[in-house]
Design a protein around this ligand. Structure first.
Ligand code: GLN
Length: 470
C-alpha cells in the first residue's frame, strides 16, 4: 500500500548488507501487517469507513519490532471491520477471497493475513486474535496461525476491539517460520501495562527438540453436535500421527466449554462498546458533513416553528449530539453497530449483573477447566473450526450461525492461554482443514515444539492452492 516505504526499507537493508553490518533476524523478508496495528505515517483503517483516512502518528510496538528486525513491511492486510467477524465480509474495503477457491471466504477477522500467506504473496504476516481471528482463517487457508498467551505480545498501538482478549500473533507457512516471527514480536513492553514481564525463549532454536512422551488431552466436549464429519476425521488422523510419534492420548473434560460462545459474545461486545466510544467524529477519523447537518437542523426547526411546535423545538438534539449520532451511524458498518448495541445493553444498569458480571464468573470457570486439564496433559488437541471455509455470502444474514463457528477458538482467549492452528487435511471439495493445539499460559515453546513434530511427520503445510484455477 505504501510501495515507496517498502522499497526504501529494502534498499536500506541491501546497503547495510553490502557494508557488512549485522542484520536483524527478518532481514529483507516481506511481512504483511493486519490493518489494525499502527504504523507511523501509514493508513490504519481497521477496514472501517470510520478510519478511512486515518494515518497513525506512531508505530505500534509490534511494527517497531518488525522494523528493528529488518523486515520489509510490504503491505497492510484486509480484515473484518475492527476485527469483528469471521469471514472478512464485514470489511468496508470489500471481501477477501480464499486462494483455494475464490468463491469461498478466507475466514476472519485476519482473512487478508491468512490469504496472502496461502497465496505465496508473503512468507509471513501478522494477525490478531480476540476469539479465533488468527487460528480460524489460518485453518481455512491451509497455513499456520498462532495466538500467543495474553500478555505475551504488546498491544501498544493495536486498535482495541476487546482489550482483555486481544492478542497479536504470527501467520506463516510453517511452525518454524511462526516461531521465528513470534520471537521477534514477543516480549515485555512498559507501554502496555498488560504485557507480561516473562522472558522470551529462543523459540526457533527450541522447536527442533521433539517432546519425549508428549501427553495429549482430547476434550470430550469437542467432538459433538455441529462438528463436520470431514473435520473430525482429519483431526482424528492428526491424533493418530502423534500416536505414531510416541505421544499418549487421553480424554480430558472442559465442562464449561459449552458456555464459551455465550460468555465470549457478552464480554467481547461489552469491551467493544466501551473501546469504540472514542470514534465520535471530533478527535479523529470520519466526520459527517457538518454543513449538511446544520442545514438539516435549520430546516427542521423552521418547519416545527411554522407549525407552532415550540416544545418539539426545545427537545431537538444539539448540533454536537447530532454530529456524534450521524458520524457513528454513517461511519460504522452493521456488525460493529450490532456489537455496540449488544455490549451497551449488557452493561446497562439493571442488566450488568445478569450478563456482564455473570459472564466474568463463567470465564473464571472456563480458565479453571483448562488449569485442571493441563495438570494431566501437556497439550490439548481438537478442531479449529466446525466446518471448512464456506461460500461468500452464505452466512451474512445469520449472525448467530456465524458466531457458532467460533465454538472451538474463543475459550483460549477467555482463558488467556496459547493455541495454534495447523493444516491437517483437505475436504472432499479441496478446501484446507485445520487442527488446533492448546497449551498453558507462556508455554509457547512447548506448543511450537509439539506443532513442529507434526509438520516433520506430515506434508499438509506444503500443499499450495492452484492459483491459476482461481
Ligand atoms: N469471530 C470472532 C468475532 O467475531 C473473533 C474475532 C477476532 O478474533 N477478532 O468476534
Amino acid at each position: 500500500m505504501e510501495p515507496e516505504l517498502a522499497l526504501q526499507q529494502a534498499e536500506q537493508i541491501d546497503r547495510r548488507r553490502k557494508s557488512g553490518a549485522k542484520l536483524g533476524p527478518l532481514a529483507g523478508l516481506p511481512v504483511a501487517v493486519k490493518d489494525v496495528l499502527c504504523s507511523e505515517g501509514e493508513l490504519t483503517t481497521c477496514a472501517s469507513k470510520m478510519l478511512e483516512n486515518f494515518r497513525s502518528p506512531y508505530d505500534s510496538t509490534v511494527v517497531a519490532k518488525l522494523k528493528l528486525a529488518d523486515a520489509v513491511l510490504i503491505g497492510r492486510t484486509n480484515m473484518d471491520e475492527f476485527a469483528m467477524g469471521g469471514t472478512t465480509e464485514n470489511s468496508a474495503l470489500g471481501v477477501t477471497r480464499n486462494p483455494w477457491n475464490t468463491d469461498c471466504i478466507p475466514g476472519g477477522s485476519s482473512g487478508g493475513a491468512a490469504a496472502c500467506v496461502a497465496a505465496d504473496l508473503v512468507p509471513l504476516s501478522i494477525g490478531t486474535d480476540t476469539g479465533g481471528s488468527i487460528r480460524q482463517p489460518a485453518a481455512f487457508c491451509g497455513v499456520v496461525g498462532m495466538k500467543p498467551t495474553y500478555g505475551r505480545v504488546s498491544r501498544y498501538g493495536l486498535v482495541a476491539f476487546a482489550s482483555s482478549l486481544d492478542q497479536v500473533g504470527p501467520v506463516a507457512r510453517t511452525v518454524a517460520d511462526a516461531a521465528l516471527l513470534l520471537e521477534v514480536i514477543a516480549g515485555h513492553d512498559p507501554s502496555d501495562s498488560t504485557s507480561a514481564d516473562v522472558d522470551v525463549p529462543p523459540y526457533s532454536q527450541q522447536i527442533t527438540e521433539p517432546i519425549e512422551g508428549l501427553r495429549i488431552g482430547v476434550p470430550r466436549e469437542y467432538f459433538g453436535e455441529g462438528l463436520d464429519d470431514e473435520v473430525e476425521a482429519a483431526v482424528r488422523e492428526a491424533l493418530r500421527t502423534y500416536q505414531s510419534l510416541g505421544a499418549t492420548v487421553r480424554e480430558v473434560s472442559l465442562p464449561h466449554s459449552r458456555y464459551s460462545i455465550a460468555t465470549y459474545y457478552i464480554i467481547a461486545p461489552c469491551e467493544a462498546s466501551s473501546n469504540l466510544a472514542r470514534y465520535d467524529g471530533v478527535h479523529y477519523g470520519y466526520r459527517t458533513n457538518e454543513k449538511q447537518l446544520l442545514a438539516d437542523l435549520e430546516t427542521e426547526r423552521r418547519e416545527l416553528a411554522a407549525q407552532g411546535k415550540e416544545r418539539e423545538i426545545a427537545e431537538l438534539d444539539s448540533p454536537l449530539v447530532r454530529l456524534y449520532r450521524k458520524t457513528r451511524a454513517e461511519g460504522f458498518g452493521p456488525e460493529v453497530k450490532r456489537r455496540i448495541m449488544l455490549g451497551t445493553y449488557a452493561l446497562s444498569s439493571g442488566y450488568y449483573d445478569a450478563y456482564y458480571l455473570k459472564a466474568l464468573k463463567v470465564r473464571r470457570l472456563i480458565r479453571r477447566d483448562f488449569d485442571e486439564a493441563f495438570s494431566d496433559v501437556d497439550v490439548i488437541l481438537g478442531p479449529v473450526t466446525p466446518t471448512a471455509a464456506y461460500r461468500i455470502g452464505e452466512k451474512v444474514d445469520d449472525p448467530l450461525a456465524m458466531y457458532l463457528g467460533d465454538l472451538f477458538t474463543v475459550s483460549a482467549n477467555l482463558a488467556g492461554i496459547t493455541a495454534i492452528s495447523l493444516p491437517c487435511g483437505l475436504s472432499s471439495s479441496g478446501m484446507p482443514l485445520g487442527v488446533q493445539l492448546q497449551a498453558p499460559p507462556f508455554e509457547e515453546s512447548r506448543l511450537l515444539r509439539a506443532a513442529h513434530m507434526f509438520q516433520q511427520a506430515t506434508d499438509w503445510h506444503e500443499r499450495r492452492p492452484d492459483l491459476a484455477a482461481g
